[in-house]
Design a protein around this ligand. Structure first.
Ligand SMILES: *Cc1c(COP(=O)(O)O)cnc(C)c1O
Length: 392
């Protein structure tokens, strides 16, 4: 071990601790559910998971994973194009495509991989990417990898700046507009109808990463695109299987046959990294089926969001407005967000504080995420804890 290097790392970690921004991992010993057991804090109500529909421990989803393990074993021990494609991969990809209304879909081991695979494959010399400044880190890194493309950022959801940037890159081909469907730290929705209009006017293609929208937005949980009635009008949809759709892992790109085939041929995480584990493909497939068979789940999630928002407002909080299942409460300094989260945990409520550099300095927040499976009693107990910890 290089002593000087070790000392540098330790000093940097100590600085995080001194600033109150050091992250402690918490160890959960039970399945992800509205209430879990945590080694450090006992039984807690979870308001921090992306388990929006509560499918992570849904018996049908778990059973499907077990059957997948028995039928296919642990995995392919290969990348897809060598000998890593099971029939279940085709099945989940056809299901994702029909679920979202695209011609085709392709899975990756994560949406991180999907996004970092997409941009450098599609955006070469002469192309341009115009990206919302609050897009997810995986889009930001994907765009960074497309180092030959012209890259522009627009202020969050600022449509006149988006238009100015589109004008500035005119002549590039292709021009790609990249946006989250639901922004993970704000909980707000991309202005997709305007974005689609601008894309038509400036001959651009639109990529929507709907990781936080899938299973949440739209009447049948098909996401932000369904919410706006834009099914069939978005060129590329990326998303995760690790949130509402079972919560294990896995991501995808859903798009035209030609685009998906291009990704199979050329995207590097697809060519050089293992296939999605069969267990995950099977449980995600069961999660999509479960969602389609239980449309009331999406309705229940929406009711819980409305109930919890109203509850927070009643006890004096002012959460950011929004329609998704993410309810952020801005507290200002990073250390305040972390100490509020710690205090709530002591009261049996697990909700994470986020600060710089995940969100801009001075806008640290506690981010509440709702689940369809939370009961009124659980939400009332959580609200009581929030009331006791309200900054005065
Ligand atoms: C969570 C998230 C991801 C990452 O998904 P993984 O499948 O866990 O890699 C990517 N994009 C957005 C917008 C997300 O919210």
């Amino acid at each position: 071990m290089n002593q000087r290097f070790e000392a540098k790392l330790t000093a940097e970690l100590d600085a995080l601790k001194a600033a109150g921004t050091y992250k402690h991992l918490r160890h959960i010993t039970t399945p992800m559910a509205p209430e879990v057991h945590m080694e450090e804090a006992g039984d807690v109500i979870v308001l921090s998971s992306n388990n929006y529909l509560g499918l992570a421990d849904e018996p049908e989803v778990v059973e499907a994973g077990k059957r997948g393990l028995e039928r296919y074993g642990a995995g392919t021990a290969s990348v897809r194009f060598i000998c890593g494609t099971f029939d279940i991969h085709r099945a989940i990809e056809e299901r994702i495509a029909s679920f979202l209304g695209t011609q085709a879909a392709l899975t990756y081991v994560s949406c991180w991989n999907a996004n970092t695979g997409f941009f450098p494959t599609i955006c070469n010399e002469g192309s341009a990417i115009v990206s919302d400044e609050l897009n997810h880190a995986s889009i930001i890194d994907g765009v960074r990898l497309a180092s030959k493309a012209r890259r522009e950022r627009y202020r969050h959801s600022d449509m006149s700046e988006l238009e100015a940037k589109l004008r500035a890159v005119s002549g590039s081909f292709p021009i790609v507009i990249a946006t989250d469907g639901v922004f993970s730290m704000e909980g707000d929705l991309a202005k997709l109808p305007e974005i689609v209009e601008l894309a038509k006017r400036y001959d651009a293609i639109v990529v929507v990463d709907d990781s936080h929208g899938t299973g949440v937005m739209g009447k049948t949980g098909r996401g932000t695109i369904e919410h706006y009635g834009l099914t069939g009008q978005i060129d590329v949809i990326t998303g995760t299987l690790g949130k509402a759709l079972g919560g294990a892992a896995g991501g995808f790109i859903a798009a035209s046959d030609a685009l998906v085939d291009t990704m199979i041929q050329r995207s590097r995480p697809q060519l050089f990294s293992n296939a999605l584990p069969a267990t995950v493909a099977c449980s995600a497939l069961a999660a999509i089926d479960y969602l389609d068979e239980h449309p009331d789940l999406v309705e229940r999630l929406r009711e819980n969001v409305a109930y919890f928002r109203k509850g927070l407002q009643r006890i004096g909080y002012k959460p950011l407005e929004g329609e998704s299942a993410i309810i952020p409460i801005i507290v200002g300094e990073t250390a305040s967000a972390i100490s509020m989260s710690d205090a709530l945990l002591k009261r049996g409520v697990f909700v994470t504080g986020f600060g710089y550099p995940v969100v801009p300095e001075g806008t640290a927040r506690v981010r509440v995420q709702m689940s369809a499976k939370l009961t009124r009693d659980e939400m009332d107990r959580a609200l009581a804890a929030f009331e006791a910890e309200r900054p005065r």
